[in-house]
Write a protein that binds this ligand. Structure first.
Ligand code: ATP
Length: 324
């Protein structure tokens, strides 16, 4: 392999830039040309390429978002779109791609390998942590820290006014952000997509807390919580069935994706960027690089996208015990 392309795709995540930088510099180190592809798969289809030298990625390790931009490309989901992408890669003399993204990105990568037997290695970049085969995805740690910082601020208001706050955090299918930020920020209750705890249990728990002398409470709700109500309906329901608190709702939204990456995410991204280039040099393809038990690991892209939906019961128990 003489030329490697790198792209970021799907939702952006803090630390993607640190990963791009590591890929580019690993290429420089191993004397391979590195080509940046702009706007994910869409840029692959349109041939939006730029050769990146080690100096092109100066001063980005600390920046959120992605300098290569990201996109959701409908065209790449078609065989014609992927054929154009292959043609562009061939014409540019590119021999392999590093994909930085989530499960959708890896699904597209798998299709591409199937059709063109083109060498592809994935790096998990998503704040949701919903990828199998790595302990952490790039951006997850930063998002958790952002959420905890915001909940701490909301707690000041909650405790000053004896309020009950419902705080919606990201996570359509995975409750990692809700569960871990909830524990870290000392939430009263945590509602996640993996487990429907039911409305009655929630009312009951709030009643008990009130009886035990709590004057304010914070409930962290995952976007994809399966209780069957969105966070506003949930607040209305509690207001109707347990009208003892002044209730407020806060939807954190996209702020959770932004900001400077934590040191943890920068180190993770740097390790995975180097690992991805080394995996390609070892002729690996169709795999994702990850970190498992603090060591670089690889897993098939087909396995990486099959997230294990079992929740960590120990974490749920810790959340319960520490909110008595
Ligand atoms: P995040 O988890 O942060 O949302 P993601 O990688 O899952 O990231 P998606 O938008 O789901 O984000 O996927 C990124 C891109 O991958 C899509 O815009 C599309 O171009 C491509 N892709 C997704 N699914 C497929 C598929 N089944 N076939 C081909 N390409 C796909």
């Amino acid at each position: 392999i003489k030329k490697i392309a790198v792209l970021t795709s799907g939702g952006d995540a803090p630390g993607m830039n640190a990963a791009i930088r590591a890929v580019v510099r690993a290429c420089t180190y191993y004397r391979i040309e590195c080509v940046g592809v702009y706007r994910g798969y869409q840029g692959l289809i349109e041939g939006d390429f730029k050769t990146l030298s080690a100096r092109h990625v100066s001063n980005i390790i600390n920046k959120g978002g992605t300098i290569l931009k990201s996109a959701r490309s409908q065209e790449f989901k078609t065989t014609e779109g992927r054929a154009k992408a292959f043609q562009n890669l061939k014409e540019a003399g590119i021999g392999a791609i590093v994909l930085i993204g989530g499960d959708g990105t890896f699904t597209g990568g798998l299709k591409f390998i199937e059709e063109y037997n083109f060498p592809v290695v994935g790096i998990p970049g998503t704040i949701d942590n919903d990828i199998y085969g790595t302990d952490n995805t790039i951006g997850y740690d930063t998002a958790l820290n952002t959420v905890v910082e915001v909940i701490d601020k909301i707690r000041d208001t909650a405790s000053s006014h004896n309020r009950l706050f419902f705080i919606e955090v990201m996570g359509r299918d995975a409750g990692f952000i809700a569960l871990n930020s909830g524990i870290g920020a000392g939430a009263e209750e945590i509602l996640i997509p993996e487990k429907n705890l039911g409305l009655e249990r929630l009312v009951d728990s709030l009643k008990k807390s009130k009886d035990k002398g709590k004057t304010s409470s914070i409930v962290v709700v995952s976007e994809g919580d399966k209780i069957g109500k969105n966070v506003f309906e949930l607040a209305d329901y509690i207001n109707d069935n347990f009208p003892h608190y002044d209730i407020r709702v806060s939807v954190l939204g996209h702020m959770q994706r932004g900001g400077s990456p934590s040191c943890f995410d920068r180190v993770l991204a740097s390790r995975l960027g180097v690992a991805a280039v080394e995996a390609l040099l070892d002729r690996s393809t169709g795999v994702m690089v990850g970190i498992t038990n603090n060591e670089v690991s690889t897993v098939g892209l087909n396995k990486a996208i099959k997230m294990n939906h079992d929740i960590n019961e120990e974490l749920l128990k810790v959340a319960e015990i520490t909110s008595v």
